[in-house]
Design a protein around this ligand. Sequence first.
Ligand SMILES: Nc1ncnc2c1ncn2[C@@H]1O[C@H](COP(=O)(O)OP(=O)(O)OP(=O)(O)O)[C@@H](O)[C@H]1O
Ligand SMILES: [Mg+2]
Length: 406
Amino acid sequence: MADSPDATTTPTDTAAVTPEAITEALRSVIDPELGVDIVTLGMVPDVAVNGRDVTVTIKLTIGGCPLRAEIKREVTDRVSVHPGVDSVRIEWGEMTPEERSKVMSTARWNARENAPDTAIAQRTRVLAVASGKGGVGKSSITVNLAAGLAAAGHTVGVLDADIWGFSVPRLLGMSDRMDAHEVDGRPRIIPNRRTIGDGVLEVVSTGFLVEESTALMWRGLMLTKAVEQFLRDVAWGDLDYLLIDMPPGTGDVQMGLARLLPRTEMIVVTTPARAAQTVAQRAADMAARSFLPVIGVIENMSAFVCEHGTEYALFGSGGGAALADAVDVPLLGSIPMEAALAAGGDDGEPVVLHGEGPAATALRAVVDRVRTDVAPPRGGDDAVDMSGCSARLLDAVNAALDAADV
Ligand SMILES: Nc1ncnc2c1ncn2[C@@H]1O[C@H](COP(=O)(O)OP(=O)(O)OP(=O)(O)O)[C@@H](O)[C@H]1O
Ligand SMILES: [Mg+2]
């Protein structure tokens, strides 16, 4: 720094450069994906100053990090504007799995500390149903889980985060327009409500705002903005669970959720196809990037047994177990291919409620597993700290990432 001459610089220097000053400057370089500065993240193990030449060592979370060029530009910019610096050199390194794990905890902690306000109660369990690819049954599973949890007496929010490809309204047989009115002095969207047994579903979807035919117009809208609005401006009430039906493909919504509701836990749906390695990789990668812990895998479209007892594994077998294994989380269930499940969707009556076939039975077992084992409802006042658990799961995701060499 100009006003604090340092012994390592020559007397002719007008602006002395110290490793400390450079490190301080690097605190304004924010890892674009993690939203935390690279010094806090432990990505800068060394800063060496030789006169007016600076060498910064940057450890990337993964060697082939796509953000390398961006980080390089930012680091170079920040350091070279420092008076007294002539040249900036970057030496690249790669983190060990332990270091990477620590970075993830830091980023996750930071996300939680700086999470903006949402209208979701602190005690609400937020479960996002996601997949590595589209059309595997996310929406069908989401509404069946939600209906099953409601049938067990819970108050369950359903957020259709598939903003323009919404299917939740049809799957639940709901179509009324959502109301909006003042709640506690603020205008709020009121979810559509459906009572199931002793429980209740509170459902929010763009499908309650626009006609299916005009949904395309929403394409221009920033997805994360829409989801953010649904999380902030909906009068959700005191939910036991909030289930989120994730859109296929995009990582934007995932990243948005990680920022807005960092305590979201993910359930990954997969088909039984043995291309599991790729799917596992994608799902694990997705989870690791967004710091949302995966709590379980559900295999859908598994083998069905016809009335003659013959098993038909139309979509292969073993994919669910392989993925659960790779991410080191439980396989919560395998839902067989069954016409009744699709028909239940067409009728707006989730098969989990009154279905008698094997798909309904399997779905009811998953609901039980979720509410009694992997994600039991939290008590009213005592918010449970999930950090230990999340860290453990993140470690598992890391291990899967390492194994997959992503
Ligand atoms: N176990 C099953 N047996 C029979 N049909 C099923 C089963 N699971 C899902 N389907 C059918 O497969 C289709 C896709 O399911 P769904 O819409 O739930 O998938 P998705 O993952 O949400 O798709 P997208 O990625 O487009 O959002 C639907 O027609 C649904 O009825
Ligand atoms: Mg869907």
